[in-house]
Design a protein around this ligand. Structure first.
Ligand SMILES: Nc1ncnc2c1ncn2[C@@H]1O[C@H](COP(=O)(O)OP(=O)(O)OP(=O)(O)O)[C@@H](O)[C@H]1O
Ligand SMILES: Cc1cn([C@H]2C[C@H](O)[C@@H](COP(=O)(O)O)O2)c(=O)[nH]c1=O
Length: 234
């Protein structure tokens, strides 16, 4: 049964980039690696609806914090079997965004830190929908203005990645960064690790991925070892 590692962070923080580097790094170490990214816009109707609502479709759906969170949660619920299969067939399953994304964005939208909304996410997704707890969560942390710049640069290069409603909301991203820090401080759902992704360049990326793999795999493969929310040094 593979170790389930969720990679979290702001829009444009570099989650997909780091998941790809982690996947290369883990394969180079001989591990069987599975990857999955949420929302699954192309594979699940709830995710597709959420993506459309983020761009203004479906009336007031996008304005409702709970409606959006339910769509994201139902996407994950529909992926339970795929998650199980991927986990069974791998040593390491990397998930780009998971349950904590709902806690972070929803809480930030409601101007909460960890409180009733995060509790509702846990009750809905873990207790009611039966989604597996992650073994570890990695916060890819960059300052919100750098993440926003990366979203803009990416949109300039890939017109189909123009900023959506959440990405275009700088105040929301700032609050979301604070909620993520609170989730780390509380070790919400599972052990968290923090990885700085401010540096650019392939060497920095490889060092970051290696440091995450050292930290997360050592902890995950050593049950009972002490678990910390350390910032991973690269
Ligand atoms: N360390 C880095 N230095 C410079 N650019 C980076 C770095 N990491 C990622 N990027 C670039 O920033 C942009 C956003 O990265 P990526 O798509 O991996 O972020 P993400 O967190 O998965 O975003 P989203 O949640 O919006 O899908 C991409 O164009 C990527 O190439
Ligand atoms: C999975 C998930 C996502 N969100 C938010 C985070 C982003 O701002 C958007 C879309 O995600 P993407 O990675 O930029 O494609 O939705 C969320 O609030 N809850 C979730 O579970």
């Amino acid at each position: 049964m593979g170790v389930l590692v969720a990679v979290e962070g702001l829009d444009g923080a570099g989650k997909a980039t780091i998941v790809a580097a982690l996947s290369r790094g883990a394969r180079a170490r001989g591990a069987r690696v599975g990857t999955l990214a949420f929302p699954r816009y192309d594979d699940d109707v709830h995710a597709a609806l959420a993506g459309e609502a983020l761009r203004g479709a479906h009336g007031d759906t996008g304005a409702s914090v709970h409606a959006m969170a339910l769509l994201f949660a139902l996407d994950r619920r529909a992926a339970r079997e795929e998650l199980e299969t991927l986990r069974r067939d791998s040593d390491l399953l990397l998930v780009d965004r998971y349950v904590a994304s709902n806690a972070a964005y929803g809480s930030a939208r409601r101007h909460e830190t960890i409180g009733p909304f995060a509790d509702w996410v846990r009750a809905t997704e873990i207790e009611r929908f039966g989604l597996p707890l992650p073994d570890a969560q990695v916060l890819v942390r960059v300052p919100p203005d750098l993440a926003a710049q990366r979203v803009r640069d990416r949109a300039a290069q890939q017109p189909d990645r123009a900023a959506d409603g959440f990405e275009a909301d700088a105040a929301l991203q700032g609050r979301c960064a604070a909620v993520y820090d609170a989730l780390v401080a509380e070790q919400w759902l599972s052990p968290w690790w923090v990885s700085d992704n401010r540096q650019s360049g392939d060497d920095a990326l490889t060092r970051t991925a290696d440091a995450i793999l050292d930290a997360v795999l050592t902890d995950a493969f050593a049950p009972g070892s002490s678990v910390r929310s350390d910032t991973i040094e690269t």
